[in-house]
Design a protein around this ligand. Structure first.
Ligand code: ADP
Length: 160
């Protein structure tokens, strides 16, 4: 049984993330989507909100679990019994950062392999940063985020 962990900030979850989750669930026996609480960036959504949006988005996917963690990703992977760390790759700019991360993680946990999924064509430009920026400026993100997330973005920026 191969368990994979898919870490990120998911602030908020978008369809590019869901595409990676679905594809990873076809390859591995179990996928643990892991929301990093200790991200250096200050989040728009709280970790609890990010978890809730992810849980409702992956609701139908049987093999997928959503959880949050503090501290090192490799430690959380070990706790979950994961052998594989899943990451998504979009443009060339992702490559250098991900190579550094994967190399450091390989040092910290030599038995955990990082496996990259290439983004699917419709999502190569999608990032949570861009989604937040467009929503903040009042643009529509319809068709880029799961049901319910757009409304939550609108509510966030109404309050600010
Ligand atoms: P983002 O990069 O969207 O702000 P995260 O930091 O939460 O989001 O990303 C978590 C993981 O998902 C990372 O491995 C990232 O490369 C991957 N990812 C994010 N967006 C996409 C996308 N559009 N296509 C493929 N992978 C993606």
């Amino acid at each position: 049984m191969t368990v994979a962990i898919y870490p990120g900030s998911f602030d908020p979850v978008h369809l590019g993330h869901l595409d990676i989750i679905e594809r990873a669930a076809r390859v591995f026996d179990r996928v643990v989507v892991a929301v990093a609480r200790n991200s250096e960036k200050e989040g728009l959504f709280t970790p609890a909100e990010r978890l809730e949006m992810l849980r409702s988005a992956v609701g139908e996917m049987g093999k997928v679990e959503v959880d949050a963690f503090d501290g090192l990703t490799v430690e959380f992977a070990r706790e979950k019994g994961a052998r594989v760390l899943v990451k998504g790759l979009r443009a060339v700019v992702d490559f250098e950062y991900e190579l550094k991360q994967a190399s450091m993680n390989a040092r910290l946990a030599p038995d955990l392999d990082t496996v990259f999924f290439m983004t699917s064509a419709p999502y190569y430009f999608l990032s949570s940063t861009l989604i937040r920026e467009v929503a903040r400026l009042g643009g529509l993100v319809t068709g880029l985020v799961p049901d319910g997330v757009e409304e939550r973005l609108r509510a966030k920026f109404r309050r600010k």
